[in-house]
Ligand binder design. Structure first.
Ligand code: ADP
Ligand code: MG
Length: 688
């Protein structure tokens, strides 16, 4: 297939140039054609000076009438041109004597550049130009494409390369295959591949430069669809690859049922539905890869515990992985409390464990003594050998990338692949989930346990801080507890902790009767555990913390949260933080303190949060405000690098992409070709 050959097969591309092109992500011949121009110049016609408008780009032609240096802060060389219909000046800031001498009066000049209104009328600054006497240079036949910054390759060279690629691909049969043809049936009324590419790289002189550069142009839409499809297919393929056999953990139900009986509450309908989905998946020989999304407080943990029971019943081990030690410890407590009465043996494994307990934990994991292992990333270091790992539970999925998740699957020694359950409290907008998490099945717990009231949220100017402090005193006097969150103000974690410390000191001066605790990332794990325990059992009235408490922390008696500098945080994070209150019955409150004046987007974020408690709605808004990269987090962004498409802007195609992907699976090799075209040899999502 000529299109997929390496670039060095094109005449004129040696190793040095190939290296430069590789830096732009261009390695195959066809890559040149998918490297689209960002804008176009019209050098096919000359604009008469009397018709020139500013601002615009255009080609002009005229006779030099004068040339001189203009003083001022930065001296500039001014060349005045006249074309018989009007006049216009050229302005050069960096010029030398030679250049000045070139501009002989009565010479003719052809110039292309941006026209703007200068101090003395219309002018062109630093145009591309060509000087001549009598024979006027020919006009371009086609619009001139301008490519994105090209690491030491000139625009002219880039155009030549693209042209060479076209010539080669058109000369050979099957040169560049239209991979969507068998799928689309042109139901979208979009041009075919070759027509699209030619239209974008070598547009006819009549085309409108503005509309060509716009993503709505049908030729661009044609390519956007194909790129989105490639990513979708790549993730789906990853999902299929994992379909090596898993341990069949059919429900024996005794332990799960015992757990259900022992709970002080019954499951919500949503929890029961999701538990059923998990139970079904776990009984199959194909590994479960399922994400459970549920708003903060929707009760994901108990569902995970039920799944754990079913897997332990089938004599397999369960690993429970949390992103922070605080959260892992909390899971340990919850699971211990639920599972120990059922004679299930748990062990704890975290990075900071001392040598002896660590050795013991590792031994218990390796010989199967430990049925459930709770911990942080330490669970998946090489030194950990599982006896028979049947299920991995990852809490707060958004902190782990796709690649990491797939790396975990390599851990089983028994030849089976563990089932995988990921839980996230950060609802992912549907559009994003469909493509970014196409390798997962989804379950949603879309219901809160009964009796929960939405947190009452207020947006308040920091100048009213004293009011708030009085209110804290009142709340604590009734026996309830309060969080005070100091978000990231400085980028350094150290400064962030210092800020929290300083806040704790100053609050203590105003609230002398309260017991104030401090929680931040620089405390060692023992100190963190003590603070958390003290807050949980009520010894601490007010907990001052950095955003470290964002995930998972569960103290039902705390019903007021104050978030300082709330305008600096993203919506998803604020929603997460707020989820720490409103966990018990009774009304809870969240106060978003902001520093005046608020930016427009700051105001929009805070009022979205005040008016909504629906995680999905907030996530959609977050996506609009911040874009997919930010919403998915850095690790995920690394995984989705789109050349032409944009997940948010082009979201309207996503349902269509799903249908195309399903059709595509029916045609042998087609998916592979599409993936290879856009993602190269590597399946980027599988990379660790
Ligand atoms: P999240 O989904 O945020 O992880 P948790 O699993 O921590 O939520 O649950 C929040 C709280 O709600 C816990 O204290 C849990 O015991 C309680 N809970 C869970 N399910 C129910 C239910 N069906 N009825 C009442 N309380 C529940
Ligand atoms: Mg949780």
């Amino acid at each position: 297939m000529p299109a997929t050959q390496t670039l060095t097969c094109l005449p004129g591309i040696g190793p040095a140039l190939a290296n430069k092109l590789a830096k732009l992500g261009l390695t195959q011949v066809q890559d040149l054609l998918f490297h689209l121009p960002i804008r176009y110049e019209d050098q096919t016609r000359i604009v008469e000076m009397k018709q020139v408008m500013a601002p615009s780009h255009g080609l002009i032609d005229g006779k030099i009438t004068s040339c001189g240096i203009q003083g001022g802060r930065r001296s500039s060389l001014i060349v005045n041109l006249d074309d018989g219909t009007g006049s216009l000046s050229l302005r050069f800031f960096n010029f030398n004597a030679n250049q000045r001498r070139q501009f002989d009066t009565h010479q003719r000049m052809r110039c292309f550049g941006e026209i703007r209104t200068g101090p003395r009328g219309l002018e062109m600054v630093h145009p591309q130009y060509y000087l001549y006497d009598r024979i006027s240079p020919p006009l371009e036949q086609a619009l001139t494409p301008v490519y994105p910054a090209t690491a030491g390759i000139s625009q002219t060279r880039m155009r030549q390369l693209v042209n060479t690629a076209f010539v080669m691909l058109k000369a050979e049969a099957g040169g560049i295959e239209d991979l969507l043809e068998p799928l689309m049936d042109y139901r979208y009324k979009l041009p075919d591949l070759l027509t699209s590419l030619q239209c974008l790289h070598q547009p006819n002189s009549g085309e409108d430069t503005e509309s060509l550069a716009h993503h709505h142009h049908p030729a661009r839409q044609r390519l956007i669809i194909e790129e989105l499809l490639a990513h979708q297919l790549s993730l789906l393929q990853l999902k299929r690859q994992d379909c090596s056999p898993a341990a069949v953990c059919a429900p024996k139900t005794d332990k799960a049922n015992q757990l259900l009986k022992q709970l002080p509450f019954s499951l919500t309908r949503a929890q029961a539905r999701v538990w059923q989905e998990l139970s079904d998946d776990l009984s199959k020989a194909c590994p479960m890869v399922r994400m459970v999304q549920g708003d903060v407080g929707s009760g994901k943990t108990i569902v995970a515990a039920l799944a754990t029971c079913q897997v332990v019943d089938a004599s397999c081990q369960v690993a429970i992985l949390a992103p922070t030690e605080i959260l892992a410890e909390q899971h340990l407590n919850n699971f211990q409390q639920w599972l120990a009465p059922l004679q299930i043996r748990l062990v704890w494994l975290a990075g900071k464990l001392k040598i002896k307990p660590k050795r013991e934990a590792l031994a218990a994991i390796a010989n199967g003594q430990a049925q459930v292992v709770v911990g942080t990333h330490a669970l998946f270091q090489d030194s950990v050998n599982y006896y028979n790992l049947g299920l991995i539970i990852i809490d707060e999925q958004h902190r782990f990338g796709v690649a990491q998740r797939h790396a975990l699957l390599q851990k089983s020694k028994t030849g089976t692949v563990p089932h995988q359950l990921v839980m996230t409290a950060t609802p992912i907008p549907r559009s994003l989930a469909m493509i970014a998490y196409a390798d997962l099945d989804h379950s949603v717990i879309n219901e809160l346990p009964p009796g929960r009231k939405p947190v009452n949220t207020a947006v308040i100017n920091n100048q009213k801080r004293d009011h708030i402090i009085e209110r804290i005193a009142t709340v604590c006097a009734t026996g309830r507890q309060v969080y005070w969150v100091c978000p990231l103000i400085e980028t350094s974690e150290f400064l962030q902790c210092e800020a929290a410390e300083a806040t704790a000191v100053s609050l203590q001066q105003q609230l002398v009767h309260l017991r104030i605790g401090l929680m931040h990332g620089r405390l060692n794990s023992a100190a963190k555990a003590t603070v958390m325990a003290d807050f949980k059992n009520g010894h601490i009235n007010l907990l001052v913390a950095t955003t470290i408490i964002e995930v998972g922390v569960d103290v039902a008696n705390a019903n007021l949260m104050v978030i300082e500098n709330a305008e600096r945080l993203g919506l998803a994070q604020l929603h997460q933080l707020r989820g720490r209150v409103g966990r018990g019955t009774g009304q809870s409150h969240c106060i978003l303190l902001y520093q005046h004046p608020l930016s427009r987007s700051g105001r929009e974020r805070l009022s979205t949060l005040r008016d909504s408690s629906d995680g999905f709605e907030i996530a959609e808004k977050d996506l609009q405000l911040r874009g997919p990269g930010e919403v998915l987090g850095t690790r995920q962004t690394g995984a989705i690098i789109l050349r032409i498409a944009d997940l948010v802007r082009d979201a309207q195609w996503l349902p269509e992409i799903k249908i195309l992907a399903a059709d595509c699976q029916k045609q042998p090799n087609l998916a592979d070709k599409i993936i290879h075209r856009w993602l190269g040899n590597k399946n980027q999502y599988g990379k660790v």
